[in-house]
Design a protein around this ligand. Structure first.
Ligand code: KDG
Length: 346
């Protein structure tokens, strides 16, 4: 089988039970999250040989995070466990999630500044050796938003991965609480020449015209979705500019009344635009939906699914995640997603 590796921050997630608001909580459920870790976990649960690289403190919190990954069959051999002299604050990033209910949206509070990964000197890491033997590298726009050392690590990993011939997927994953859109856009644009599969960022908003003016529609400094009619033009523009891009995919969630939502996705692949089925479901925990979409797409590509099956598997994977507690798409096996993907909703 093919070997997958990803790198990012894993955090302790603290959630009040039973949809309670943070201000009311007297208990927190502890779990672990982080976009790239979620993907490593989802793929391992589907039977892919999956590895997660990160930096965590060598204390009970860091070790528990590693144990959670290992208990889900994620390989953590390259994991760096740091002592206080290596990363002065030596802490595990934490985030608080107030789970939304129906019309009440979820709320996230990060407590992740100066976490171990943001203070580690990555020049000590031999990336060539780290990526040896892997077929696929996945990275996201969250890690480079954390600190300059992480930004350097991500761009270096991309370059080494390309040189070694790995397939590279990149999820833009814009987090407005970590950096500005301008910073995110410039960084993502720098990454594009090394990326095969682009996810989670609207290419339209990376697009600057000849006069260096950004395209795309904006509201309050955050990019808005382009119309469906614009998709083809957008994809064409990017494929011409970055011939290395073999797949661009984005998924869109439509909120209905209460907690009912629908998902569908658009994908540019092999010269064509594909539109997935529409999946409708009730939300139990929406965190990690985008990661489940990414892991579904990566799984389908690793297993040579046909284009329509790729995109439907990815959306079905995201839909089922919305019904599962926690950040990661912990499914029992591939048939869970395949059965859903083959159901007729339209
Ligand atoms: O995609 C889910 C992530 O948002 C969650 O796991 C936390 O990684 C996280 C982040 O930085 O927001």
């Amino acid at each position: 089988g093919q070997k997958f590796i990803t790198c990012g921050e894993i955090m302790l997630r603290l959630t009040p039970p039973n949809y309670e608001k943070l201000r009311m909580a007297s208990n927190f459920e502890a779990s672990y999250g982080g976009s790239e870790a979620n993907i490593a976990l989802a793929l391992a649960n589907l039977g892919v040989d999956s590895t997660f690289f990160s930096v965590v403190p060598n204390n009970s919190l860091g070790k528990s995070a590693v144990r959670w990954l290992r208990s889900n069959d994620v390989h953590c051999t390259p994991m760096i466990l740091t002592e206080p002299n290596e990363t002065p604050s030596n802490r595990l990033g934490t985030y608080y999630l107030e789970t939304g209910y129906g019309i009440r949206p979820s709320k996230v509070i990060y407590d992740r500044k100066h976490s171990a990964i943001t203070e580690y000197d990555f020049s000590q890491v031999d990336l060539d050796a780290l990526l040896e033997g892997f077929d696929w590298l996945h990275l996201s726009g969250i890690t480079p938003a954390l600190a300059p050392n992480c930004r350097g690590l991500i761009i270096d990993m991309l370059k080494v991965a390309k040189k070694k011939g790995l397939t590279v997927s990149f999820d833009g994953n814009f987090r407005s609480t970590l950096w500005t859109w301008d910073e995110a856009r410039d960084f993502c644009t720098e990454c594009l020449p090394y990326v095969d599969v682009l996810l989670g960022i609207e290419p339209y908003h990376l697009w600057k015209d000849e006069n260096d003016h950004s395209k795309g529609d904006w509201k309050d400094g955050v990019p808005l979705q382009p119309s469906y009619e614009q998709q083809d033009e957008i994809f064409q523009h990017f494929i011409e500019r970055y011939p290395n891009l073999t797949c661009i995919a984005r998924h869109v969630r439509y909120a209905h009344s209460g907690s009912e939502n629908s998902l569908k996705a658009f994908m540019w692949y092999d010269g064509h635009t594909f539109e997935s089925k529409l999946f409708t479901f009730n939300i139990l925990d929406r965190v990690g939906g985008g990661d489940a979409f990414a892991s579904g797409l990566i799984y389908a590509m690793l297993h040579d699914y046909k284009a329509m099956d790729m995109i439907n598997f990815a959306v079905a994977s995201s839909a089922i995640k919305h019904t599962i507690h926690g950040d990661a798409n912990i499914t029992d096996d591939v048939s869970t997603i395949r059965n859903l993907m083959n159901m007729n909703y339209d």
